[in-house]
Every structure is written in C-alpha cells, then in structure tokens.
Design a protein around this ligand. Structure first.
Ligand code: PBG
Length: 334
C-alpha cells in the first residue's frame, strides 16, 4: 500500500520569496501579467470642420481632430502597433433625436473613411450612443422628461448600420438601453453584415469619472443625470446580469467601465464568462494621473504602466485608454 505523502512546504529560512526578485531577468521570468501594445484601443474625438487639432484642456495630450487632420495621427498610431481606435463624433448640429448620428455623411462616417484610406488594416471601432448628437445630451430619445428605451433602439440600430456602411470594423454601443445589442445585431444581419462584431459597454456605471469626457465631447446632459440608465456604482451582481443579457443578445466582446474603481467587477466578469473582456480606463482616470504628474507628485510612466498592468491582472484582455500612445511608446523603448 502506498503511504500517503505529506508535502511539507518550505518555510523561512528555506523559503525566501525574495530569491525570484533579485534581478530584472528573474522578475521577468516569473511575471504573471504583461501589457502589450496589441491589447490597447485608443479613443479619438472627431470634430466637424477643417484643419482642427485642438487640445482638450482637461485631458492634456488628447486632441479633437477634424477628419482632414486624421491621416498623420492615424499613421502614428499604426506605427506604435496599436491595433484599434474608438471614434467619438462631435457634430455641428444637435437635435431632439440626434439625427446627425445616422447621416451617411455624418462626422464619424467621414472619419471612418479618412482612416480606412490612410491605414486600411487599423481596426475602426465606433461608439454608438446618441448623447453627443442630442440637444438635451441624453443617450436616448426623451419623452415626458424620461429617456424612452424602446423608441431609442431603432435609432441606435440605424446609427450602428450607418457606421458599418461607412466602413467601421466593430460597433460599440455605450448607451445602456435594454435590448440595444439585439436591435443592432438584427439590423446589421438584415443588411448582410453578419460578420461585424459588437463590443458592448455591458456594465457601464453612472460615474463621476466621465467628467472630462463630457466637456471634451460636449455631451453633458442638459437636465438630470444618467442614473436611470447607467448602473449604480454600488452594484456588482447586477453587472453580471447586464453582461449575461448582452451576451444572450449577441455581444461578441463585453466591457466594464470605468476600470479603476471597478477592478473587482472586471474580476467577477472574468471569473463568470469566457468572453473577450474589455475595460475602459476613462477620462477622469486619465486626467487625475496627468494633473498629478504635472505637479511632479507622481512619475507618469511608472504609474500608467502600473495602472494598465492592474487592469490586466484584474482580468481584462483589452484596455481602452487615452494613455495608449504613451504606453505603446514606453513598451517599445523597453
Ligand atoms: C457616451 C460615452 C461616455 C463615455 C464613453 N461613451 C460618456 C457618458 O456616458 O457620459 C465616457 C468616456 C470617458 O469618460 O472617457 N455615452
């Protein structure tokens, strides 16, 4: 009979965890998570007009571009081996139903064409949401002072289809209406775009960290807030239900947003679902780092790489971040 083997774990002084931290090569050998430029998506703000490259005051290093100024920027992004960009449009005209969002010659549609002409293989992902296009700044149609879920769905579907028709590779609904992934999937499929993936902002929280984005994209709600559609920051079980619903409706990639105050949500989603998972390192998270670094209170490179690594460690495969270009440059330099 085999004797039961008792494994005696080493303890100090045999056990010395510092042994594997002695040199850069040893640390690299046992490193559990790495950030690669190929994991990153760089958000771009596109403004209607000509010859515009305007820095966003609250987001130093991030610019609003007019479509004619995109080629140089796109070449830089591609050279850094960042595989994808995420487009936000800033239209000249807004109305009650956000109709400039689904015009064939809308601002995002123009930008997609300009990008595809410059670097065809760069993945173009478009944010699908009405808030930058509606006069009231809400993410859907407003009826009797409420954001009307079901009346918004066909508009989102139309918007997604017009992006795909202009050449978008992936559409990313960020509005948080119920049923929008299904509505978009059906619209795309009926038009024959069965191969176009949907990246859904599945667990998107109602967060104060979107502040700088809303001034950058002129998309702050003119009355009320977004708490009737975006998630309560206190909830994590509900995030799993949101992700599950989007997967059932046909999402190909799911996202948790924001990232840093929600690393636990990223981990829960990673443990529960086997789908590609993205996390959005949002505007406020970027601005805090930039502001502190400018004061000399933080070392920017160190902190950015630590943040991105933490998001991967939490379980994200893909990171949307305004730090993408800097991070890719630092990774290249080694
Ligand atoms: C549009 C949208 C927002 C962000 C991405 N898509 C703003 C919001 O929901 O108010 C935020 C991005 C960021 O803060 O970096 N709905």
């Amino acid at each position: 009979m085999l004797k039961k083997r008792v494994i005696k774990l080493a303890e100090y002084p045999q056990l010395r965890l510092r042994r594997l931290r002695r040199s850069p090569a040893l640390r690299a050998l046992v490193r559990e998570n790495r950030v690669d430029a190929g994991d990153l998506i760089y958000p771009l703000f596109i403004e209607e007009g000509k010859n515009i490259k305007r820095e966003i005051a609250s987001m130093p290093g991030v610019f609003r571009f007019s479509p004619d100024r995109l080629p140089g920027e796109i070449e830089d992004i591609a050279k850094l081996k960042i595989p994808a960009v995420l487009l936000f449009g800033i239209p000249k005209e807004k109305d009650e139903t956000g109709s400039s969002a689904y015009k064939a010659k809308g601002i995002v549609q123009q930008a997609i064409k300009a990008i595809k002409k410059t670097v065809p293989e760069l993945l173009v992902i478009t944010d699908v949401c009405l808030c930058e296009y509606t006069s009231h700044g809400h993410c859907g149609v407003v009826c009797d002072g409420q954001v009307d879920n079901d009346r918004t769905l066909p508009l989102l579907a139309k918007m997604a289809l017009s992006h795909v028709e202009a050449g978008a590779d992936i559409v990313a609904p960020s509005d948080m209406m119920d049923g929008r992934v299904l509505a978009i999937r059906q619209e795309l499929d009926e038009a024959g775009h069965v191969e176009t993936p949907i990246l859904s902002y599945a667990a998107k929280y109602s967060s104060g960290f979107y502040g700088p984005f809303r001034s950058a994209a002129d998309s702050a709600p003119q009355f009320g807030d977004r708490r009737s559609y975006q998630m309560d920051p206190a909830n994590v079980r509900e995030a799993l239900r949101e992700v599950e619903a989007d997967i059932v409706e046909g999402a190909d990639i799911v996202m948790v947003k924001p990232a840093l105050s929600y690393l636990d949500v990223i981990r829960e989603v990673r443990n529960t679902f086997d789908y590609p998972l993205a996390a959005y390192n949002v505007s406020g998270e970027y601005s805090m780092v930039k502001a502190a670094a400018k004061q000399g209170w933080l070392d920017e490179k160190n902190v950015v790489m630590e943040i991105l690594t933490s998001i991967k460690r939490a379980g994200a495969d893909i990171i949307l971040t305004y730090h993408a270009k800097d991070a890719a440059r630092w990774l290249k330099e080694g």
